[in-house]
Design a protein around this ligand. Sequence first.
Ligand SMILES: *Cc1c(COP(=O)(O)O)cnc(C)c1O
Length: 476
Amino acid sequence: MTPQDVLAELTALADGDVPTHGGATMAYVYDSGLAEVDALAAGAQAAYQWTNALDPTAFPSVARIEDDLVAAASRLLGGGPTTVGTVTSGGTESCLLAVLAARTRWRAAHPDDERRPQLVLPVTAHAAFRKAAHLLDLTVVDVGVDPVTCRVRPADVEQVLSRRTALVVVSAPSYPHGVLDPVPEVAALAAAAGVPCHVDACIGGWLLPHLDSAPFDLSVPGVTSLSVDLHKYGYAPKGVSVLLTNDPEFRQGHWFATAGWPGYPVVNPTLAGTRPAGPMAAAWAVHRWLGTEGYARLAREARAATTALVAGLADVPGVRVVGTPATTLVALAGTDGLDVLHLADEATARGWLLQPQPPFTQPDGTTLPATLHLTVTAATAGRVPALLADLAGAARAALALPPPVPDPGLVSAVAGLDPASLSVADVDGLLDLAGLDGGPLPTRMAPVHALVAALPRPLAERLLAGVLDRVYRPTP
Ligand SMILES: *Cc1c(COP(=O)(O)O)cnc(C)c1O
């Protein structure tokens, strides 16, 4: 075999993947629509693919790249003279590290309190914060959002703040509905209670400064840290995000240093040891080439496409937009009996990936409807008329289908099971019963999502892990 043969084989593996370019995959990928950006990123990744970002004293270029990215993010997002930051592998890691730093601060301030610190989360805060609480042993305090605007209400946050609160999170905007939380109001309440406030701008941070946005950044009094992903609207390849804070002490709270072994002295600002420099080099190159003007233009294009999409949706039967999209994210709910899970399947059949989000019951019993999440990028901009036409066809087809009701016998048979007692084989058997026999995933996902939505959350989570367990099985 030649290396070319191997590469051809690898490329062929992606035949079954959703497209990364062209704007029809409206989650997971962010296409600038500019071939130069892709070529530049590839060149930068290649130039740094063997560099180890573990040690910026051996590779001073890494420190320079990270400092430049942090400085750029700080300039864009209201940083000041004391602002410092850390380049991470992605949004999840930025969020984890913010929670870690907050936990460090809380423990230092309450040395005699043996209780778990609390993480105050609007239910719309990204799941990465639930993961952080799980890994770092904090208790999540869920705060419901207004069921119409899907924004958290400051008074609801105020009610749950206490001396146990380690961190409050707000989103700019939230991933599920693309709406902006009232950042200044919540940050002021947090400050008054002596609690740090993190703004999760992972998805919006590189856009909002170029749009006409309400205040949300590090310049807002009470905001103590902010996360922003370069691998989303920074149009960099996967694996690069920035965590900013105005307080150098806060950053120390997520760093790790040890001289407690016979090997090299270890200082890790992030979770990994050895770290790739390729993604950060690519982000640096794309940022250097696009510049503020380039990002502003791409942001305006994607925003204009979003506005056109929202206007055109008025003529698509059976759908409505949830809340007020603050950036380029749109959440669609069903009306007139349309089930958005069917709509997702019908859109898939027409070549579009729209991400299903199940219905959600809030702590106070109100519900947020099932929605489809659409991320609009600059690459979608030229395709809004085609998207609207396909959505109208998909909606008419979905309206003609009966609602995806899971088998009631199956639901009542499994609803009482204790997820902790189920083995991998048990879960496998349940998934067989649910119609996922052996093979990979079914073409229509609506029945699977409907089943998951009908089950108690812990059991649903166990079954979802079971689905992935089947996906990740090496052929012997
Ligand atoms: C994407 C996202 C995250 C998590 O980021 P990953 O890069 O997927 O790890 C966190 N918060 C928000 C608001 C996001 O959109």
